[in-house]
Design a protein around this ligand. Structure first.
Ligand code: BV8
Ligand code: ZN
Length: 257
């Protein structure tokens, strides 16, 4: 794939890199993406209606059960070579910022230092009333798919603990947005990996980088609205393309992770 050589050259000569990821990078770990027609959470639970404050108000037990099922699912899988390749980029280019839309912890478990979570995390529940952070439930009793679970009460105010994610209609965390805007404003290369580019304002990230003069490289088996923004489009899966890209840029990079 000649394009991957072009992308490797861009990466090798970059001083500042942003890696922007979506659900597709976790697909090969076995975490269903939102838009994957076969196993996608949209299909199974109509994620769009469940991932809202209204759904939690209407049926906190179903929503909490769904997030607990997802959290335990993520805990039972492992980062894939795509996540490891991202960590290898960070090991090679000091000024690398990982910005993810994912709420799983697979980047962290692959060795990424502190990825910016634009949409929060399954591992940071908080009180829906006073905002106090809470630990994920200790017991690992796997809630069955679609099984209700009562959210735990807040130790401080007895309010309901909610998932620490950003729901549709909720603002993204200011700190995450600022960190993302700073990183894309002066990066040389932005890798956009496994995102359908349909959810805003996150979907703006690659465009902002391109407008600031960065070379955008996309990794996705499918066409997306980012195709026209990307300088290089690598049509393939993250777990296959990213290690190839990193090994071309730095021959022994993947062996070190
Ligand atoms: C907000 C956490 C305002 C929860 C998620 C314009 C501007 C601002 C907002 C809007 C706007 N237009 C519309 C909106 C509203 C809405 C929105 O964008 N709706 C969409 C549906 C049109 N946005 C919001 O509501 C946002 N909030 O703007 O608030 C505001 C401001 C101030 C004050 C108050 C309010 C909040 C959006 C965040 C929602 N939360 N997640 C949870 O996880 O349950 S979004 C959720 O969906 C995911 O986190 C993810 O970001 C998104 C799914 O996108 P992807 O990650 O791209 O995954 P997807 O499944 O779509 O695609 C997978 C891709 O991978 C595919 O392209 C596939 O081809 C590829 N792939 C598959 N396999 C592989 C692969 N790639 C590589 N390798 C493989 N093996
Ligand atoms: Zn509370």
């Amino acid at each position: 794939m000649p394009d991957v050589r072009e992308a490797a050259k861009l990466l090798e000569n970059a001083a500042r890199v942003v890696v922007f990821t979506g659900a597709g990078i976790s697909a090969e770990s076995g975490v269903p993406t939102f838009r994957d027609a076969l196993t996608g959470l949209w299909e199974r639970y109509d994620a769009q209606s469940l991932a809202t404050p209204q759904a939690f108000r209407d049926d906190p037990e179903l929503v909490w059960g769904w997030y607990e099922w997802r959290r335990l699912k993520v805990s039972s899988v492992r980062p894939n070579p795509g996540h490891l390749a991202v960590a290898a980029v960070e090991a090679r280019i000091r000024d690398t910022t990982v910005i993810t839309q994912n709420v799983d912890d697979l980047h962290e478990r692959a060795g990424s230092k502190n990825p910016v979570h634009l949409h929060g995390s399954l591992f940071a529940p908080r009180c829906s009333e006073c905002g106090a952070s809470a630990d994920p439930p200790a017991e690992e009793d796997e809630p069955g798919e679609g099984r209700r679970m009562p959210p735990p009460p807040c130790v401080r105010c007895k309010g309901l603990i909610r998932p620490g994610v950003v729901w549709f209609g909720e603002a993204l965390p200011e700190t995450a947005l600022e960190a993302a805007a700073r990183a894309v404003s002066d990066c040389d290369v932005l890798l956009t990996i496994g995102t359908s580019g349909l959810v805003y304002p996150a979907a703006e990230i690659p465009r902002l980088a391109a407008r600031a003069g960065a070379a955008v490289v996309q990794v996705n088996p499918q066409p997306t609205p980012m195709d026209s923004v990307a300088l290089v489009n690598l049509r393939g899966s993250a777990a296959r393309v990213l290690p190839e890209l990193v090994n071309l840029a730095w021959p022994d990079a993947m062996s070190e992770t």
